[in-house]
Design a protein around this ligand. Structure first.
Ligand SMILES: Cc1cc2nc3c(=O)[nH]c(=O)nc-3n(C[C@H](O)[C@H](O)[C@H](O)COP(=O)(O)OP(=O)(O)OC[C@H]3O[C@@H](n4cnc5c(N)ncnc54)[C@H](O)[C@@H]3O)c2cc1C
Ligand code: SF4
Ligand code: SF4
Length: 468
């Protein structure tokens, strides 16, 4: 790794040592960011302020606010746009809403905590902090097969449980009530972990009871590991700044690299085109059981429908129908995770030919020393196999959509800000230097387009009305 690749520091800086001057500059910037949100929302009641997160379409439905406020005050509900959104069941006070704004991954997004950044870690504007980048896959062929890509996250979960390093994995599986969605899973053994393998490309409130999980783990003297989307990890890292039990109890935070999930309205359109009404879905496996494996739907009236992953997602990201928070996602590369895991298809999508012969290979980014050591132990224990070493430019070739989005987010935030919308407080995500790699015309187009869609309502959500 060249010296130019080694470093880490605040959001706007490309590469510098963390001196007093930078600390002062960072504090000044943080104050300015906080001032923006404070001034924007100061005339609203706490309840109105909380609803703005949803109405400005920055809620991704992680459920963390329910856990922070307590389910008697906020509850995740199915709402009119068929997403899960938090509904205040009771009057909210200033302090609760302030805590939610500090924890919510729609209002605060930060990269890897500084205390986890080593002086000799690698640094890349797009891919963030890293200590090791490698191809890898689950060493057990069965795990590799059922996993979404090469089964790395499932293999890490199995290693952590079966080695006794943690007592429980908090992650996601197919939801019982709405089988197309995901729901929070607690896995304590191999069968639980295998049941949760695969990607859920749908609303998944992974953090809906995380505070209660910490309460129970603390009482029982147990430890956990967390697997989720990057925004889930962002929420958990945010919570850790208020609740020290996150770091003492949750030993690892692992994420997939994430381009976003299918907005439920688009998902149900896709199913309707296949002749499957939403109440008739008995199970939906988005991928896995191969790489990527078929998108497979079972209906309550006994039909089985299989489509190719490319039928579901299209051949490139222009066909994606994403929630707005995903379109302006600053942390989709899993910047804050100990380990982030991705696909390795050149160009970002599989080809039509050869899918049956692809055993599945992940790109793995170990960001912290804890993540790097976990990777090494899982390999030594025979749970993971590793392949060639990767570079950030290899990652670019697998994830061109992530590169494009990372470069666009700063300008999109400018557009949101000029439309008077909630813009998350962002730190250590390099958005400004990335925007400088675009031409001014490109940045202007991103900012104007986002502003226009904020003002005409397309980047907004109606006040959430429960339908469940
Ligand atoms: C919404 C979404 C978008 C994605 N976008 C990209 C992308 O743009 N580029 C890319 O390279 N890869 C993307 N992936 C990741 C990719 O699909 C694989 O999940 C990743 O490569 C890990 O593969 P694996 O074989 O190790 O996973 P597995 O071994 O199958 O393990 C997956 C783990 O993730 C957990 N999980 C699955 N879905 C969710 C969810 N919605 N919320 C929380 N936890 C979940 C499961 O509980 C399981 O523990 C995305 C995944 C998701 C869920
Ligand atoms: S993103 Fe999560 S914490 Fe934020 S409002 Fe939505 S459900 Fe609540
Ligand atoms: S794209 Fe970003 S906001 Fe959307 S699910 Fe992935 S990590 Fe969360």
């Amino acid at each position: 790794m060249s010296d130019a690749n080694r470093i880490h520091s605040g959001d706007g800086d490309r590469a510098s040592t963390v001196g007093d001057k930078n600390v002062r500059r960072r504090k000044g910037r943080a104050r300015k960011r906080h001032d923006y949100l404070r001034n924007l929302l100061q005339d609203l009641t706490p309840g109105e302020r909380f609803r703005r997160i949803t109405e400005d379409a920055m809620c991704i439905g992680c459920g963390l606010c329910q856990s922070v406020a307590g389910p008697d005050r906020i509850r995740m509900r199915l709402v009119e746009n068929l997403s899960e959104r938090p509904i205040a069941e009771d009057e909210l006070d200033e302090e609760t809403v302030a805590r939610i704004f500090r924890a919510c991954p729609g209002t605060r997004i930060e990269g890897l905590p500084e205390r986890l950044v080593e002086q000799d870690s690698g640094y890349d504007d797009v891919w963030g902090i890293w200590r090791r980048m490698t191809k890898a896959w689950a060493a057990e062929p069965g795990v590799r097969h059922i996993g979404s890509t090469g089964g790395v996250l499932t293999a890490l979960a199995l290693y952590l449980l079966e080695s006794g390093e943690v007592d429980c994995i908090v992650h996601a599986r197919a939801a019982e009530k709405i089988p197309a969605f995901g729901e929070r899973a607690l896995s304590r053994n191999r069968a639980d972990v295998l049941r949760a393998a695969g990607s859920r490309y749908a609303p998944t409130a992974t953090l809906v009871d995380i505070v209660e999980i910490l309460d129970r783990a603390e009482a029982a003297g147990e430890t956990i590991a967390f697997i989720g989307t990057p925004c889930d990890v962002t929420g958990l890292r945010n919570l850790a700044t208020e609740d020290p039990r996150v770091d003492s109890i949750c030993r690892y935070q692992l994420a997939m690299v994430c381009g976003g999930f299918m907005a439920p309205t688009a998902l149900y359109r896709f199913l309707a085109d296949l002749g499957v009404e939403r109440d008739n879905v008995k199970s939906l496996r988005y991928r896995g059981h191969g790489c990527p494996g078929a998108t497979r739907i079972e209906t309550r009236d006994g039909r089985e429908v299989e489509k190719n992953y490319l039928d579901f997602w299209g051949e490139d990201d222009s066909a994606w129908s994403l929630p707005f928070r995903c379109k302006v996602c600053a942390d989709s590369t899993g910047d804050a995770a100990d380990i982030a895991v991705a696909d390795t298809w050149i160009g970002g999508a599989p080809s039509w030919d050869g899918q049956d012969a692809d055993p599945g290979t992940n790109a793995v980014i170990a960001r912290s020393s804890a993540g790097e050591n976990l990777l090494a132990r899982a390999v030594a224990a025979g749970y993971l196999a590793t392949g060639e070493t990767l570079t950030p430019r290899d990652l670019d070739s697998y994830q061109p959509h992530q590169v494009a989005k990372k470069r666009a987010v700063w300008a999109r935030f400018v557009g949101m800000r000029s439309a008077g919308r909630i813009v998350p407080d962002v730190a250590r995500l390099r958005l400004k230097p990335l925007a400088r790699s675009n031409t001014p015309v490109e940045n202007l187009a991103q900012a104007r387009g986002t502003k226009r869609r904020c003002l005409d309502g397309s980047n907004s959500e109606p006040p959430p009305k429960p339908v469940d």
